[in-house]
Design a binder for this molecule. Structure first.
Ligand code: 5GP
Ligand code: MN
Length: 338
């Protein structure tokens, strides 16, 4: 399944008619949402459009080197400005999320804006009533890969350059865990090959993402695994839980805990993993699974969240201890095939 020529024509028409364009990322932005938004932003600016990328909250440190990252405006820091940019835009793009509530503090402006609304995303269950035009393809590895397909199928192909290709490559690489999952189809690798033709430097880009850890991050990882990991061998499940105090001890940098959940999932015989982090008045939870167990359904049902089949997120407003208890009770009653 792919998009139609008619969808591309509609997209080009909406862009042509718009002057003020705002591209929105999801909350707790990752490299896919930021990379795809900045790549499309680059195209729009080359076309002479007034375009702006906005994020609900700060961008993690490990992608602070991405091309044009300094142009992004963050709601947590400049709320009024982001509000104006969303509410006064002619056209908004939702990059890598399926519904306005995924933007936390930008949701209200998204509901109030008179702008036309375009979705470019690979999450299940898009909010069909909200968007005027949808590119929603849950089978795609990443929104970045989907955007690259859209650009190549449109009149925007001529604007693709090394910077755009690199931002797209970063989204694709990180959403597939460095080409390990969500990429068991030739198209994803063909996309990667094409991006390299546009000048992507694979080793350099990989090093910037994966071999660029702060000491705090590595120590936080060690502590998480040695002190905060609980394993339920009978249920094929494991989770790591980090309190606000734990996070403070390691500097609480943006993206400090990114990827830690994967270490719990990497244990032999573990097919369900979670990471609990205490953030202000709520507990943020990341879920991961191997194989058939659907963590998207689990996150939706028990933790006000969602995501993908093997990678989802959610939240809890109970204390950390009570959230751990709730999760442990659920795990104890789960049948997780492995
Ligand atoms: P992460 O664990 O990396 O924060 O999120 C994993 C996946 O689940 C991502 O695709 C993300 O977009 C999605 N996700 C994370 N938190 C939430 C949430 O609270 N609600 C929904 N619907 N999806 C989420
Ligand atoms: Mn994504």
């Amino acid at each position: 399944m792919t998009f139609t020529k008619d969808q591309i024509v509609q997209l080009e028409k909406l862009v042509e008619e718009a002057n003020d364009i705002t591209l929105i990322t999801h909350a707790n932005p990752d490299a896919d949402t930021v990379g795809s938004a900045l790549a499309l932003h680059n195209v729009l600016v080359q076309m002479g459009k007034k375009a702006q990328v906005v994020c609900p909250n700060p961008i993690p440190d490990f992608i602070q080197w991405m091309h044009n990252i300094d142009t992004v405006i963050v709601h947590d820091r400049e709320g009024r400005k982001v509000q104006r940019l969303v509410e006064n835009a002619d056209l908004i793009f939702a990059m890598d999320f399926n519904a306005p509530h995924r933007t936390s503090n930008i949701e209200k402006s998204m509901m109030e804006t008179k702008a036309k609304k375009v979705l470019i995303d690979h999450h299940l269950f898009p909010d069909e009533d909200y968007f005027d035009l949808m590119f929603s393809f849950p089978k795609k590895s990443s929104t970045s890969e989907l955007l690259f397909d859209i650009l190549r199928a449109s009149n925007y192909k001529k604007y693709i350059n090394k910077e755009i290709a690199t931002n797209i490559f970063v989204g694709l690489m990180t959403d597939t865990g460095s080409f390990a999952y969500n990429c068991n189809q030739p198209e994803t690798f063909e996309t990667a090959a094409e991006l390299i033709r546009y000048g992507v430097e694979v080793k350099k880009t990989h090093d910037l993402i994966y071999n660029n850890n702060s000491i705090d991050r590595i120590r936080a990882l060690g502590y998480s695994i040695s002190e905060r990991l609980r394993v339920f061998p009978k249920q094929n499940a494991a989770y790591i839980s980090l309190s606000a105090e734990d996070l403070t001890r390691y500097g609480n940098g943006e993206g400090l805990t990114e990827g830690i959940v994967n270490y719990a999932l990497s244990i032999q015989g573990i097919c369900f993993a979670a990471l609990l982090t205490e953030k202000g008045d709520k507990i943020k939870i990341s879920f991961r699974s191997k194989g058939t167990y659907d963590v998207n359904a689990f996150a939706r049902k028990y933790f006000e969240g969602g995501g993908h089949h093997n990678a989802a997120g959610g939240k809890s407003f109970l204390s950390l201890e009570k959230t751990e208890q709730k999760l442990e009770e659920l795990i104890t009653n789960l049948e997780i095939p492995c």
